[in-house]
Design a protein. Structure first.
Length: 64
């Protein structure tokens, strides 16, 4: 997803649906977080996070 850098956050929202959480980034933009529980067995699993940072214009400048 490196190609997401420089793109509007709306393109990610269109692809992944609404984020689980949105929080300020401390620079005037927002951090968008998608959380997905991935089951791996009987009562086991892990939480997968996709996180994107977007500036005040909604342009992605970082992701993880």
């Amino acid at each position: 997803m490196q190609d997401g850098i420089g793109q509007p956050i709306s393109t990610i929202i269109d692809r992944m649906g609404p984020p689980s959480r949105v929080t300020p980034d401390g620079r005037g933009g927002n951090v968008y977080i998608w959380e997905q529980w991935v089951p791996t067995g009987w009562f086991n699993g892990y939480l997968r996070l996709n996180t994107f940072w977007a500036d005040s214009n909604g342009i992605i400048y970082k992701w993880r």
